[in-house]
Design a binder for this molecule. Sequence first.
Ligand code: ATP
Length: 695
Amino acid sequence: MQLENNKHVLPVLWEEQFGGTGSGPSTRAFGTLQFVTASSAKSAYGWCFFLPLIFICRPSARREMAAAFTEEPTFIPKEKESNIKVYVRIRPLSKEELLAGDKSTVTVLRDGKTAQVVEEGAGYKLTTRTFKFDGCLGPTADQDQVMERLRVSKMLDSVLEGYSSTIMACGQTGSGKTYTMSGRDEGVHKRNSLGKMEPKEDGLIARSVAYLFDAMDNCNSKSDQEKLYTMRASYYEVYNEQVNDLLRLDAPPREVKWSSTDSFYVDNLLLVDCETVDDVFAVLDEGSKNRKVGSHEMNKDSSRSHCIMTLHVDSNLFIGEGGAPITRYGRMSFVDLAGSERLKKSKSSGDMLRETGNINRSLFTLGKVISALSEGKRGDGMVPYRESLLTKLLMESLGGNSLALMIACVSPASSALDETLSTLHYGTCAKNIVNAPSVNMDARDKLVLELEMEIARLKKENAHLRSKLGITNEEMPPASSLPPPRCASTKRSKSPRKTANELKTPGSTKPDSSLETQLKGLEKLFAKDGNFYQDSSYQSVSLPRTHRSVVEGFERQTNRSVPSLDTSGAFSDSTWSNSISADRGVRGERANCYSEETSINTTRISLNSNTNGLLGMYRGIGGSKSKGTQHLSRKNRISVDHLSSRTRKVPSTTCKYGTRDEDDFQGSITVNENAFHRLLSLSTPAGDREDDFYR
Ligand SMILES: Nc1ncnc2c1ncn2[C@@H]1O[C@H](COP(=O)(O)OP(=O)(O)OP(=O)(O)O)[C@@H](O)[C@H]1O
């Protein structure tokens, strides 16, 4: 699909894709890669912008930060948190600077990570300052080296896995932000006589696009079609505190809205479906042509807006046979921020003055956000994201769930020393920001994936346990031939509690070591299972079905019944209603229902439901949800779903994990912690107090 010189095509594409008005990201979680270039912040505001940062970057803090960054950077988060990576790029002295007799003041030390600034003081006294980053690139570094040293490919790999990533260029005007992001002749992708791209001067965007398509094509062409990728691109600018869609100049300014995924997004933005590299370049060319550019003393092609190009990479993951794919929404954003500038030097006038004011304001807020985040503040309330459109839109990248890389562009010229120092301070602070990257996918898909993983894990555990117990597959009767579960006695046994160590086979006076091993294995299995959840008033352990079969096998061997596992009749509607109405008032506040089942002669069994399921029951019984109802943890919901598959009814109107109908319920049998211990001892203690059971 080509966009060349045809703006009218774009709305049509939008309509084709999204059926008319389009949809905002509120309906899905997106992954994003953003490229931001800082445009010009002028004069007095320029200093205001950097001041808060300078105060934060105390020498001690810098030392700590430097220590934290000595290891090799990686963008695939092995742990849950990831610092923003900051690199410095020093451009060569320009012709004008050389003519003006400027000298180079910034050099890269041999470690490749430290930028050294030498400042001439009064009386030829030299002041040397050093700043350590994840990497520094000197004036001789070409575009290839930038791509390699910054490890952009790692970032792109994670976009393919469903992460959001942002590459952001900042620095004073004319320091090389647009050059780094888009290349020398942005929008012009030269081809040689063979029709191949000449990528020498291409910036990070074009290189990233080529990398992504290479990777996507490789996977998409696999015969098993395991992964399928699709890409869409958007391009917009923040200009004078309004958002313009660079792919739809005829459209009014776009609105920035708050999404259900706790982030801001641009509403009704055109997303162009891109099937080839050329499609993305068409988007890039169109956007570059439309972005606001001005000319002043310091840069003849100066960006007057913050530009954000985003590649949305959706990847489909097929699990199991014949199932619907799970989609992950990777997102790569390239942010080319407008650069800070001093009016005295740039000599901007007319409309550019207003632009400068707005640029400075947004950069000042960006400085405040970075300051707050580097101080360890968190969240919308403590960090002033809402003070400008730019910071709202960068919320995900700064302190959010995105991987982020900042390129601090500086000029080495002695005349730009103040701005260079400010940028380096700014980068040093940004290094301290911690993000929490996570894969973007729909909640339901996430649950399915987690369940699949849980099942795989349980199968492995089960196999391991069987091998430990010496039970071969042939010895295990098929599920259908298992004897019906036995009911426990109506009354609780008064015999003393026994431990697993005290367990003996019937009629034997010696402990049965094989049984003991089985029990220990079982105990371990439960402990490992991780299905415990904490509550001040209640602790339970869910018994996955695989475990239950082990226990049932155990029952057969020992000829004893394990009371709490007997679930027959537990899910009859009448039983539910009775038990829940009886106990709702007591424990209902945590969305857990406790019931002492009377219809089956067991000791106590507690019934869990997720909130939706419980809500359904409350409606059926009491007509309203209890005020303090809380969501159960996802972990627990998984176990609920997993366990209940045998007994779950398929309701006519199904919510995601629960039902709205009175009679329909998704739940599971869980065994109270004490019951669990009782299960292990296979004996009910004599004289055990009723209350002990729920302690
Ligand atoms: N590393 C570099 N090597 C060679 N030339 C460079 C380099 N960096 C920048 N330049 C040149 O310097 C000039 C200014 O660069 P550029 O337009 O990218 O600055 P900018 O930071 O985007 O400025 P503004 O904020 O005003 O948009 C351009 O002519 C560009 O080609």
